[in-house]
Design a binder for this molecule. Sequence first.
Ligand code: ATP
Length: 279
Amino acid sequence: MRLHCDALQVDIPGRAPSQPLSLTVEPGSRWGVLGPNGAGKTTLLHTLAGLRPAAAGQVVLGERPLAAWRRRQAAQHLGLVFQERHDDFPATVLETALIGRHPFLHAWQNESAEDAARAHQALDQLGIDHLAERPLATLSGGERQRVSIATVLTQSPDIWLVDEPTNHLDLHHQVEVMGLLDHQARSGRAVVMCLHDLNLAARWCDHLLLLYPDGTACWGPRDDILVTSTLERLYRQPLMTAEIDGVPVFLPRVTAPSSSSLSSSSPSTFSRGKPHDAT
Ligand SMILES: Nc1ncnc2c1ncn2[C@@H]1O[C@H](COP(=O)(O)OP(=O)(O)OP(=O)(O)O)[C@@H](O)[C@H]1O
């Protein structure tokens, strides 16, 4: 199933309407949404999910405007991983993952053994099935992030909307989660993810949408968009670029402080790149 932005203008409080977005997220594609803090990435994702009204234009899910879908039916096709979850109700990890089956159940219908098996399978894929009976509130940030992703995996939507998939994750789990999203796309689903890490975008996305704080935007295939000068303008940050294994790598170019400012700064625990022996 495809997701189409038809001259979509995101509604950001106190700002002029953003540039109309007209783009199609095709099955099998992996879109990265990049932009500085406050540019409107999360607001866009919530608009695509139907949680916020657009300022103008519309989101089209499949052949119909998203607004014409019943919420439950739309949720069978669209899954959203939130940036931060505020869990108001005490729940276990398994109960949380089972929320992914709710779009497929009638009101007051209990989850079946098959639903529970799907949830366990998703938790297992994220390496957290051993935490199934743990209260969510007792988990670490990275474990909780993996529960959020396992919940959408349990839902198994055609279109994944993921706000900062690698939030709280160590390097190993970052690669695992990006690999999981990649696998989803390769099996015919579509992924739209907000990212702060240019290197993850370069490695794992095939299309990019750049959102600027003034409401303008540009989008297209990764190689057309991932241009150093464009990214420097986006983040107002000079960059250094290299290529490793055929993939571009971006690092912020930081001006080294002068030696006099170093010596006048507070004492460092490092000296000449080696840990300082405090004994
Ligand atoms: N309910 C609201 N009321 C007022 N302003 C809001 C509201 N929701 C979002 N905003 C503002 O809209 C702007 C866009 O927020 P959004 O969370 O979409 O940005 P973002 O690009 O995802 O940022 P970040 O990279 O920091 O996560 C921000 O300036 C934010 O303060």
